[in-house]
Design a protein around this ligand. Sequence first.
Ligand SMILES: Cc1cc2nc3c(=O)[nH]c(=O)nc-3n(C[C@H](O)[C@H](O)[C@H](O)COP(=O)(O)O)c2cc1C
Length: 154
Amino acid sequence: MKSLVSYYSRTSTTKKLAESIAENIGADVEEIIPKVNYQGKIGYARAGKQALQEKIVEIEEPKHDPQEYDVVYLGTPVWASKSATPLISYIKQNEGKFKNVKFFATSAGGGGFDSTFLQLEKFTNVKPQATLGLTSKDVKKDLYLDQLADFIRG
Ligand SMILES: Cc1cc2nc3c(=O)[nH]c(=O)nc-3n(C[C@H](O)[C@H](O)[C@H](O)COP(=O)(O)O)c2cc1C
């Protein structure tokens, strides 16, 4: 089964999880790079505002075509209880190309996953086969391996 892990990460927490998933299943990896600056305090404020607006932003040209994959894993940090804008922009840009999906997200407080996953379901128009929401702390401390195994199997 051909799998792709597509993710956006601002401060590398979701990136760590994405790479861990890809390594476990031998998937190709697509890091979504926005053409918008989300760094620093101003970038943080911009990120929160745009997430609430579900703003579609410009992203660098992706390297892989999601249509060529049996399963696409989509990952994002939670921003204001929603998906980060680069991920929904990527989904929008690839509308109709997702057959089977799994969603994963990281958040500081461990909240906002349900609303984020519902939003991703709305944008992909596909019900996920599995979802995985983890706190940044658990990702950093590698306290997610059992949940990761369930997610991959699910
Ligand atoms: C603009 C913005 C909004 C955020 N909103 C939330 C939130 O609503 N709930 C939460 O628990 N964490 C929130 N966070 C924290 C991130 O979800 C968390 O640090 C995440 O693990 C970062 O992932 P990354 O390193 O892949 O960017 C927010 C972070 C940013 C930048």
